[in-house]
Design a protein around this ligand. Structure first.
Ligand SMILES: Nc1ncnc2c1ncn2[C@@H]1O[C@H](COP(=O)(O)OP(=O)(O)OP(=O)(O)O)[C@@H](O)[C@H]1O
Ligand SMILES: [Mg+2]
Length: 464
């Protein structure tokens, strides 16, 4: 025994500890006390250990058990590191990042310690929030964004298909932009800033966007080479005035592009102009105005609840473009958080799906932190782009899951059966948090008598 202990110490990096183990038992009556002690003795005997009563040493035992840092019990044993570690079965994985920008994500369900994390510390800050309806997805997103606004100076943008974020946004002095054919809030799709795009040619990237938009307008097989050339020729002309004198009144609008296309010699110019007429002079002309909303606020919410089917694709494209605008403006100076609720809707349609994947791939380098929120894991997982999205996501907040989804996710994210308990029939605001390689079960019981709760709840009777 001594030889093997010596070899442990010399070769296996073990240390020697002097250990005293004292347990304290409480009970209401003497009888109950005797019962539990008998129980404990029989369990430990079964495992070849002996439990001794501290007869005539009860006081010293009590003093040693209290967290005072004194040991008055003389019984000591020498144990190696690994043998000592056996007596601490309560170790849990913690997530606590001590940084000025850390945000609160609830309590660790095992240890009850605070979970504080900073997504910017991740290799890839992109995030997903998954859970069944009513499991607290939007609530978690709101809690994170409220925290981010109070703690950091990051900008926050929300894409809100249910029109449920406006109370919170207004309270934090943010701007709610209703995007719909009837709305009087205008967004100009031709808005450009000098930082737009990847390099030093903002117009090149803007031209890409305008082409994708016109592709949606003409539909079918998209733009022909001749049409693309004509558009490419027109764009520098309509931006010329703004580039010479960049004041808001000089920003071109769709009508300018329409007129310019009409005045081209080729027939394709007139054809394109006719095709976009409904968006300039017709009933869908909501995007033919200069922006009249304050896009410089720290908190922006695009409410697309009333965006009809006719405008859905173009509307989403215009919003994504405004998000890029903001991210490029903030690049290098601050982060931009972008929340997309009902994310699976965007992934259904190839055009918006490819735009979303673009965000997932490139946002990080620009200081962007996107978060997709969805109840529909199956839709999400069947989308063609899902591999690109999962591979680039290091933050997953997983709330209660439907049984089918749970199995798929368990395989995909390697969740152990024990961990699955935390996302099976769990209450609102409880689940698993994946943060890089760390997985912690969390509980967040948000106090209901607070102003924030009233602004964040979606239960109809409470929201009223
Ligand atoms: N952390 C929490 N603490 C206390 N209550 C919560 C918490 N999270 C959610 N809830 C309660 O659950 C309700 C539903 O939450 P939430 O609106 O986030 O659901 P959801 O998952 O977004 O559902 P849907 O998929 O239908 O949009 C909230 O209105 C709130 O009352
Ligand atoms: Mg929701």
């Amino acid at each position: 025994d001594v030889k093997s202990m010596l070899s442990d110490l010399q070769n296996r990096d073990e240390r020697l500890f002097v250990v005293t183990i004292v347990m304290m038992n409480f009970a209401r009556t003497n009888q109950k006390l005797e019962n539990t002690i008998a129980q404990i003795s029989s369990i430990s005997n079964r495992h070849n250990c002996q439990v001794k009563r501290l007869s005539h040493q009860q006081e010293q035992g009590l003093v040693s058990v209290l967290p005072l840092g004194v040991n008055q019990v003389e019984i000591k044993r020498f144990l190696t590191s690994s043998s000592t570690a056996v007596f601490m079965p309560f170790t849990t994985e913690e997530l606590f990042i001590d940084s000025a920008n850390s945000l609160y994500y609830g309590l660790n369900a095992l240890s009850q310690n605070l979970i504080m994390a900073d997504r910017k510390k991740l290799k890839n800050p992109n995030g997903l929030i998954l859970g069944t309806p009513g499991s607290g997805k939007s609530f978690s997103a709101k809690r994170e964004m409220a925290n981010a606004i109070l703690v950091t100076d990051d900008d926050v943008i929300i894409c809100d298909p249910e029109g449920e974020y406006s109370n919170l946004v207004k309270q934090f002095n943010g701007e709610v932009i209703k995007v719909s054919a009837k709305s009087k809030d205008y967004l100009n799709p031709l808005d450009i800033n000098m930082n737009y795009g990847d390099g030093d040619a903002p117009l090149k990237d803007k031209a890409n966007f305008i082409m994708s938009m016109l592709e949606l307008v003409v539909g079918g097989s998209g733009l022909t080479a001749a049409e693309k050339s004509v558009i490419d020729r027109c764009l520098p002309k309509i931006y010329q005035k703004y580039f010479e004198d960049p004041k808001p009144e000089n920003m071109p609008i769709l009508g300018d592009l329409y007129d310019m296309l009409l005045s081209q010699e080729e027939g394709v110019g007139r054809k394109l102009a006719t095709e976009m007429e409904i968006y300039v002079k017709g009933s869908l002309n909501v995007f033919n105005n200069r922006s009249n909303v304050d896009l410089n606020r720290q908190l922006l919410c695009f409410d697309i609840k009333e965006l009809g089917t006719q405008l859905k694709k173009i509307g989403m494209l215009v919003i994504q473009d405004q998000v890029w605008n903001k991210v490029s403006l903030n690049r290098g100076s601050k982060s931009t958080r972008y929340y997309i609720d009902e994310f699976h809707l965007l992934l259904k349609d190839p055009q918006t799906a490819s735009y979303s994947v673009e965000i997932w791939k490139r946002f990080r380098k620009w200081g962007g932190i996107p978060t997709g929120i969805t109840q529909n894991v199956k839709d999400l997982l069947t989308s063609q782009e899902i591999e690109n999205i999962f591979d680039n996501t290091d933050f997953v907040l997983m709330l209660n899951q439907a049984s089918g989804d749970r199995d798929i996710l368990a395989k995909k994210l390697k969740i152990s059966p024990y961990q699955l308990n935390y996302i099976t029939n769990s209450n609102a605001g409880e689940g698993l948090l994946f943060f890089g390689n760390t997985i912690v079960p969390f509980i967040d019981k948000f106090p209901k008598d607070t102003m924030l709760y009233k602004l964040m709840t979606t239960k109809p009777e409470e929201a009223k």
